[in-house]
Design a protein around this ligand. Sequence first.
Ligand SMILES: [Zn+2]
Ligand SMILES: [Zn+2]
Length: 167
Amino acid sequence: MAAGLTVPVEYVTVPRQNGKTQKAKEALPKSVPACKDCGSTTRKLLYQGPRCTTCWRVEKKRRKAARQNAYQGRVFGITLEEKQRVIDFQGGGCICAPWTGYAGQTRSLSTDHDHKTGIVRGALCKHCNDLLGRVRDDPRYFELMRDYLLNPPAVQVLGERVVPEEG
Ligand SMILES: [Zn+2]
Ligand SMILES: [Zn+2]
């Protein structure tokens, strides 16, 4: 070989059967696509990374949490972890949970705040959040409704009158 000439790295000299040699492409191990997270080369890599289905599910969850966390911070000034602490303090669900079956639906709980002061109050299900909006956060509504339910005006005026059965 002439001095100064170099053989590209991917070429090697391999012996031939007739005793001569030949330059040939080295049988480099082909780079096998592997999952970015678990390193699997046997699973189908269908998603960004590339990632296998299992790792993509985990990654999607992580991204969603990061998005939610950013949203909480931007809109309410609290972290997801802080929101969860509030939910735990509330007993794991919306405050109406004991009697409406909304218990445990923490993922659907909205962060509620006082629109006048901006102070974060807690986490509510859609039902309670909508109700608060309709009564304009007025605690008097609940006092009046409490009295209404415990001491119905029609009973006071007419006595216990029962609606006719349907049919
Ligand atoms: Zn994987
Ligand atoms: Zn509720």
